[in-house]
Design a protein around this ligand. Structure first.
Ligand code: G6P
Length: 442
């Protein structure tokens, strides 16, 4: 990498890009990026221009020799890349809105990465990421693929199972968000906190939490019963936990557990949002409009604080510290999505898990967990089954597999409702699901 590091970001027109750019600027001394290629598709062209120009102004203001390229030509961008980051959304926010709204008509939680919403986001996304993997294989076979695209767990599962790319890491801001949140609750610096994470993406638990190496788990669990402390991301309102439940669960939850352990209350909230036109997709659509208006301002040369209203806070810290640790062989501990390789007993070795890992130049090495506590093991395994069947449905376009995936998801009440939802959602997302509609005649 003597020429300097080449980063390619697919979905570069995303409103999150200034977050990433801020991270590269902050860590430039340890991660000398020379080229940043922001790639998008025709529909994202205008956003790419706006956010790309802001990225250029941010880098110019920082006085750094990073060349920013904006392009719709993915193949040109990928040539000889060192790191490829993915943050795209197939079907844009309109598709997210359908993912959230349609299930609610059937009394099922609509959410971006969980239940039917997560399934359909996966069905749309997996064929695209597998295409990107083919391009990587051809144009930059030594690159690391750092995936931030949701549903990140299912996407990494599909890459590991259905592509030839081995150098893939899935990244989520939830673990770092929990660490930051806990640090704030305990009023200590983030660097003093360590959490042993294990599970799956958006289904991850903190098995223990330490300040300066001393466990403070009981104290943190007590704090989680306060609704104000029970979610650490902006996109999910914490509803607090019953003290008896959370104490006997005896591990730290992640914000997405609200959808599983508080199904009825979360559904009630979502149904209200459905009525008022304030599902998360709709809130984010408004927020995005405001953000892009700000980004257009030629005098703006920093990441505007309003971006922190999005759920992906600390994304840049998580992404850039990961890239830097791979590049510098730092061998520090970070929670990422990677191949299990026996770290968590009871999850297939070749499946993706989200787990604390040592980050080396050869990628993440999971810290061995062994068996998950019995009280959480079942749900984690069930979600893994869902992710695997969903990934298979995405690759094959098999209608029956899609119904199977949704039926085994714990948020779905029955096979019949699963089928009705699948039928309506397949039709609604038809344009982005060619694998289900273009069957080759036998
Ligand atoms: C969380 C998740 C991300 C997700 C984001 C949504 O923090 O970890 O995977 O993309 O929130 O945020 P948004 O502002 O789009 O609702």
């Amino acid at each position: 990498m003597t020429k300097g590091i080449k980063i390619v970001t697919i979905g570069g027109g995303s409103s999150y890009t200034p977050e990433l750019v801020e991270g590269f600027i902050k860590r430039y001394d340890e991660l000398p990026v020379r080229e940043l290629w922001l790639v998008d598709i025709e529909e994202g062209k205008e956003k790419l221009e706006i956010v790309g120009n802001l990225a250029k102004r941010m880098i110019q203001k920082a006085g750094l020799p990073i060349d920013v390229h904006l392009t719709l030509d993915r193949k040109t961008a990928l040539k000889d890349a060192d790191f490829v980051t993915t943050q795209f959304r197939v079907g844009l926010l309109d598709a997210r809105s359908k993912d959230e709204r349609i299930p609610l008509k059937y009394g099922v939680l609509g959410q971006e990465t969980n239940g039917p919403g997560g399934l359909f986001k996966g069905l749309r996304t997996i064929p695209v990421i597998l295409d990107i993997c083919k391009d990587i294989e051809e144009l930059c076979p030594n690159a690391w693929l750092i995936n931030f695209t949701n549903p990140a767990g299912m996407v990494v599962e599909a890459v590991l199972r259905y592509s030839n790319i081995k150098k893939v890491v899935g990244l989520c801001n939830v673990p770092i968000g929990i660490e930051m949140g806990v640090a704030k609750l305990l009023d200590v610096d983030h660097s003093r906190i360590r959490i042993d994470f294990a599970g799956l993406n958006h289904m991850v638990y903190g098995l223990d939490v330490y300040v300066d190496g001393i466990s403070v788990k009981d104290k943190v669990i007590d704090l989680l019963t306060d609704p104000a402390n029970s979610s650490f991301v902006k996109n999910i309102d914490g509803l607090g936990w019953e003290p008896e439940f959370i104490r006997s669960l005896n591990v730290l939850t992640c914000p997405y557990h609200m959808y599983y352990y508080k199904k009825d209350q979360m559904l009630e909230k979502e149904l209200k949002n459905y009525e008022t036109g304030e599902t998360r997709a709709e809130v984010v659509q408004k927020l995005e409009k405001e953000l892009f208006e700000l980004y257009k301002n030629p005098d703006l040369a920093i990441k505007p604080p309003q971006l922190e209203e999005r759920g992906g806070a600390y994304y840049s810290d998580a992404a850039v510290r990961l890239i830097s640790s791979i590049y510098n062989d730092k061998r520090d501990i970070q929670p990422v999505n990677t191949q299990n390789n026996g770290a968590i007993t009871g999850i297939p070795s070749d499946s993706a898990v989200e787990v604390s890992c040592m980050i080396t130049k050869d990628g993440p090495k999971p810290i061995v967990v062994g068996e998950l506590p019995v009280q959480v093991q079942g749900l984690v395994q069930q979600i893994k089954s869902f992710e695997r069947v969903a990934a298979e449905a995405a690759v094959t376009g098999d209608y029956e597999k899609a119904i199977l995936a949704l039926t085994i998801n714990p948020l779905t009440p029955s096979d019949s409702i699963a089928k009705e939802i699948i039928n309506e959602m397949l039709e609604a997302h038809k344009e982005h699901l060619p694998q289900f509609f273009q069957k080759v005649e036998a």
